[in-house]
Design a protein around this ligand. Structure first.
Ligand SMILES: Nc1ncnc2c1ncn2[C@@H]1O[C@H](COP(=O)(O)OP(=O)(O)OP(=O)(O)O)[C@@H](O)[C@H]1O
Ligand SMILES: [Mg+2]
Length: 424
């Protein structure tokens, strides 16, 4: 077995440190090497112990997690800081990510989310230690993220609704790092659907002389689900600044930092879109049951054929499949020469308020039929990426159970840690 990942736990509440230690004690490939109670102690210990991953609370006396993350990324760039925050600390969280933190966990988190985050960032640590950091080193078996693009040659058929809800569902059901990119460069509305206020967008990145991972990450907006968004330019006339080369570079950087990069698109084949399609591991081709859409999607499939995309790269998603408007599903399948892979029902009563309020329906109504359909789609995407639903099983009477219900909350049958570290 390869070396375990060394972890330093930083939190001023001793009980929280102990809980995190206990959760990690069940992971054979992770080893806790030390604990610190504030940011200053963390920096000193990190220099001495050289851990791969530092699990860091934000609010701490003496020096807080943001100062410590900044110092560590400056002085010990090979260590990965993972921030542990409580709900509502999103502004701090954003600052911490800008200060060089590589990942974050929102309390309460499950044992699985914790271990996944340590492994993901710990693997990056080993790469960095071997001097291999940077996007796509040829020959490296890189555990990079997957790019999933939601596309259709028809406008107004649900691409953005699907992209926004798919991103949140992916985050909700896998706990993975998920980001969304709004490539509808003229009229992108992903930020509206997620109720986010963009400050820096793709246009700002395109204007920069040199783009690197940290300039891309500094443009990400954090949604309360944990999904991060790279927003479309604020004004239509800024769209032309963004070229295919920019999109290619941005997506390559993002797939180094996220497990899933979900791309929303406009309806036309232009250079930035083609760059995204080329780089995509999966294209969700959205269709509805009407003749003009079927005709244009057929053309789109022909274009993808001519681009030599393998047929399995495309997944056919029928949106509003329950709407009876004349065309039958088998007519559609005959016309397109392939089966529909996923059906998303029509539910205007849920989708319209969701769009208007900026709350994705998979979040507000997770058990509605439409939400379950999008969640199924998210699980399919995740399974294609090797993800499995297996949760850690707790043997009866083991140490975790003896800690008692007051510390751990059951969620999807995985143990979680409560936000004990919260302070005003
Ligand atoms: N499954 C659905 N059930 C009911 N209404 C839906 C569904 N999907 C989408 N809609 C409606 O269609 C509208 C357009 O959806 P959306 O903005 O996602 O489409 P789009 O393909 O991204 O459009 P554009 O090409 O303009 O970017 C939504 O505002 C919503 O009202
Ligand atoms: Mg759209």
């Amino acid at each position: 077995m390869s070396n375990p990942i060394d972890v330093l736990i930083v939190d001023d509440v001793a009980e929280t440190r102990q809980n995190v230690r206990t959760l990690l004690s069940f992971e054979p490939d992770i080893r806790v090497v030390g604990e610190a109670a504030n940011g200053r102690e963390a920096v000193a210990l990190a220099k001495r112990l050289r851990p791969g991953v530092i699990l860091m609370d934000i609010n701490m006396p003496v020096a807080d997690g943001i100062e410590a993350a900044e110092a560590i990324s400056r002085e010990l760039p090979s260590a990965s800081v993972v921030i542990m925050s409580v709900q509502g600390e999103y502004e701090y969280l954003r600052k911490a990510m800008a200060a060089g933190a590589r990942d974050y966990l929102v309390k309460p988190f499950t044992a699985e989310e914790l271990a996944q985050s340590v492994r993901r960032t710990g693997e990056r640590h080993s790469d960095a230690a071997a001097g291999l950091r940077g996007p796509d080193h040829p020959g490296r078996p890189s555990p990079r993220g997957r790019v999933v693009t939601v596309f259709s040659t028809k406008g107004g058929i649900g691409k953005t609704c699907i992209a926004a809800n798919l991103s949140v569902a992916l985050r909700q059901c896998t706990g993975s790092k998920v980001c969304a990119v709004d490539l509808d460069l003229q009229f992108g509305d992903m930020a509206v659907l997620l109720d986010l206020q963009p400050s820096r967008t793709l246009a700002d990145l395109a204007r920069e002389e040199t783009m690197d991972s940290s300039s891309v990450l500094s443009c990400m907006l954090l949604h309360e689900s944990g999904v991060e968004l790279l927003a479309a330019p604020a004004r239509p006339e800024q769209a032309e600044i963004v070229t295919g080369k920019h999109v290619d570079a941005v997506l390559r950087y993002l797939r180094e930092s996220y497990d899933y990069v979900v791309v929303d698109t406009p309806q036309s084949f232009q250079d930035p879109l083609l760059a995204a399609l080329d780089l995509s591991d999966m294209i969700l081709l959205v269709v509805t049951l009407d003749v003009p859409t079927i005709k244009s999607v057929k053309l789109c499939m022909e274009v993808m054929d001519s681009l030599r995309y393998p047929p399995e790269k495309t997944v056919l998603v029928l949106n509003r499949s329950s709407r009876q408007i004349g065309v039958r599903i088998d007519d559609l399948e005959t016309a397109l020469g392939r089966k529909v892979d996923f059906h998303i029902p029509s539910d205007g009563r849920l989708v319209v308020p969701s769009v208007n309020s900026g709350v994705p329906f998979v979040r507000s109504h997770p058990s509605a039929r439409i939400s379950r359909a999008v969640t199924e789609l998210a699980l399919f995407v995740a399974r294609q990426n090797g993800w499995s639903e297996k949760r850690p099983q707790l043997a009866p009477g083991n140490a975790l159970q003896s800690i008692g219900r007051k510390l751990f909350r059951k969620r999807d049958s995985a143990p979680t840690i409560q936000p004990l570290g919260r302070r005003e």
